[in-house]
Structures are given as C-alpha cells and as structure tokens.
Design a protein around this ligand. Sequence first.
Ligand SMILES: [Zn+2]
Length: 221
Amino acid sequence: MIIWGSYVMNKELKTGEFYCPHCSNPRSFIHKLPRRWGHLYWIPLIPMDKYDSYIECQTCKKTYNEQVLDHDPRRDKAAAETNLSALIGQIMIHVAHAQKTELSAPSITMTIKDVLGLETLSPQAEETYAVPMDKNAMLDLVREHAGLLTAKGQEIVLVKSVGAIPLTPEVGRLVGEIGAAMGMTASHVNGVLADLAQNPAAPHLVEPALVPSQEQRATSA
Ligand SMILES: [Zn+2]
C-alpha cells in the first residue's frame, strides 16, 4: 500500500523578543511560515498551499500577524521621553534666555524628571537640550509634541519654565507664543501666568503631566 497525503509544516523564519499583547510583557516569539506539503510515506515532496506567516508567543502560544512587532510600549515610551525632554528643555532654555538668565543642564534635567515623573532620564533624552535650537525650531517642536502632554501638563511646563522670576513683557510674549504652539488660547496662557504671579513660590506638579496610555484610558473609561 502506498501511503500519501499532505500535512502542514511550519518553517521558522526568525526568532526574537516582542511585546506580547496577551501577556502584556516582553516575550520571545517565533515567526512561522506554515506550508502544506504533499508527502509520500511521510516524506514531504510537493510544496502545496502557502499560508500567511504569523508570530507566535512562546509563553502563551497566542498568534498574531506580523504588525504586532511594530507595537512596543517600551519603545513608544522611550520616544515620548525623548520628545518631551526636547520640548521641555528647549522651552526652558528659551524662556531663561528671555529672562536673561542661564540654566545649567542639571537643573533642566531635574525639572524634566519632575514634570514627567521619572527617576532618571536616558542619555538620548538629555542630548536633546544640550544645544539650544533656534526659536522657530523650538516652536515647531512644541506644535509637534505638545499633544503628548495633558492640558495640565502643558500648563505645568509653562509654569516651570517661567519659574519664580517676575514676568517681563518680553517673557510674556514668548510664553504666549509657546502656549499658542501648544494649542492654548491667549486667555488660557494669561490665566496660567496670573496664577503663577499670585503664587510664584510653588509651581509644583499636582498631577501626572503625561497623557495616559491607551491601557490606562481603557480601564478608566
Ligand atoms: Zn504571550
């Protein structure tokens, strides 16, 4: 009797580490390409149907399409940290310059960590404010990334950058431009500055400045 038929074999395309949405953790994966083979006496001889390749978590065995490899909350978080460090650091440098003061890099670092609620900043994040940008580049940066901050976070960045130094018209104008680049109205910015003028000693953080992650939004909704 001749034994023949077909079965599916998985070819391993690659292995690596990814963020498994089911495990909510970094896990190892195997990228598999299934293919049906015609066999004779169980020896695969004829390649038949091709299937879509998939990513398999080696812990929970759930499978995903390849796009899952693009989703990495750690990488997203690192990018947000770098972009927001640039935004806050560059705003602080420009406001200090308008105030005719100079800020040391460590004091900028301290404020950024405070605003973002971080213990440490990555070297990549610190590099983003080592060199002052020109004003238009700074405002472009603010337009691009201010959405990573909550409305309260945006106010805190303005307040922290102005600090306890009394407001001059020049500084007020600059802060108005920065606020507008964040999408704030002029009266909103003026309100923030008026609050600060009344209470210059304590421009401290009262709630997390970062926009909540999608997971947090989903659970609080
Ligand atoms: Zn998993």
